[in-house]
Write a protein that binds this ligand. Structure first.
Ligand code: KDG
Length: 313
């Protein structure tokens, strides 16, 4: 079984060129995107053995998802559904002052009915790390229960469980997210959270260091990483605090940046690196992702190493 196993929805992503509106665009760029498979792609491309668990329609649309993931080295373990639908998401890309807008068309997608028994338990119990995120339990009550059970099963078996809050206001409200996510927290070893999400959902205030420390002590996570966009990231791990600045980048497409960070970080941790080294690797992977069109971090280990250590490579 793989070193890294991730679980969640992957959608088809249809995006306009910059300056076109969804109402009128004649061409849309077709790719795939989903937080947990984005993490798996980044890690797989950096040399980690990565599996993505999901439920998909047995259709050309579902097979488009698995085909693309395989092309980046991810092993998809799929519960195929005969008639359910494939989730879609649309991105209307814009220049300031307009903001890029995301439209979901994902209700009743195949994954919303996924049960733990749809997957081979050994997928999560034999992995070194099991990763999922806050988008998945927001998609249906059934999926919230499945997410909870898979996290508990993994943690009980000694698999490290990692989770990114990834708050999406189009899927649920802060109180709904707070209630569900707090229930999942006991089964999470490594928590990743954007600073803005933590403030929105949990109302923490104060400096980012204090937020990381408070999350650590309030919920007992072994590792907490607070991501801060251009300000970098802060981690609290085994009682120690680490800071990682962001690498400067020209942004072509920012979607999936956080997932690239997590993929780079987990890949390095799975390799045995200490937290500061893994944070740097995650930050470099995230910066490189932003220079690439689409959700996926189409990077190589040498791209990341060159950014981390320009003299050494
Ligand atoms: O982190 C990127 C994701 O937001 C994108 O892949 C789409 O998974 C997605 C979601 O549910 O928003």
């Amino acid at each position: 079984m793989s070193d890294l196993v991730t679980f969640g929805e992957t959608m088809l992503r249809l995006s306009t060129p910059v300056g076109e509106r969804l109402e009128t665009a004649r061409e849309l760029d077709l790719r795939i995107g989903g937080a947990e498979s984005n993490v798996a792609v980044a890690a797989a491309r950096l040399g980690t053995d990565a599996t993505w668990l999901s439920k998909l329609p047995d259709s050309p649309l579902g097979r488009r998802v698995t085909g693309e993931l395989r092309s980046h080295g991810v092993d998809p373990e799929i519960h195929w559904a005969d008639s359910d639908r494939q989730g879609l998401y649309f991105i209307e890309r814009a220049s300031p002052p307009r903001e890029t807008n995301v439209v979901y068309d994902r209700s009743d997608a195949a994954i919303t009915t996924a049960r733990p028994d749809d997957f081979d338990r050994s997928a999560v119990t034999d992995a070194s790390v099991f990763f999922t995120c806050g988008i998945t339990p927001a998609l249906s009550d059934r999926l919230a229960e499945t997410t909870d059970e898979l996290l508990r099963t993994a943690q009980k078996a000694g698999t490290t469980t990692a989770f990114d809050i990834n708050y999406r206001s189009k899927l649920w409200s802060p109180p709904e997210a707070r209630e569900q996510l707090s229930g999942l927290f006991p089964a999470i070893d490594v928590l990743v959270a954007a600073e803005r999400d933590i403030r929105t959902i949990f109302g923490y205030d104060g400096r980012p260091n204090d937020i990381a420390t408070a999350l650590n002590s309030d919920f007992g996570f072994r590792t907490v990483i607070v991501t801060r966009g251009k300000e970098g990231a802060i981690a609290r791990h085994d009682g120690r605090l680490f800071e990682q600045p962001a690498f400067e980048t020209e942004t072509v497409d920012s979607v999936g940046t956080g997932d690239a960070f997590v993929g780079g970080f987990l890949s390095k941790r799975i390799d045995g690196a200490a937290v500061p080294e893994a944070l740097e690797y995650g930050a470099a992977t995230a910066a490189l992702k932003q220079t690439v069109e689409g959700d996926l971090a189409v990077v190589t280990p040498s791209d990341v190493e060159k950014l981390v250590d320009p003299e050494g490579s």
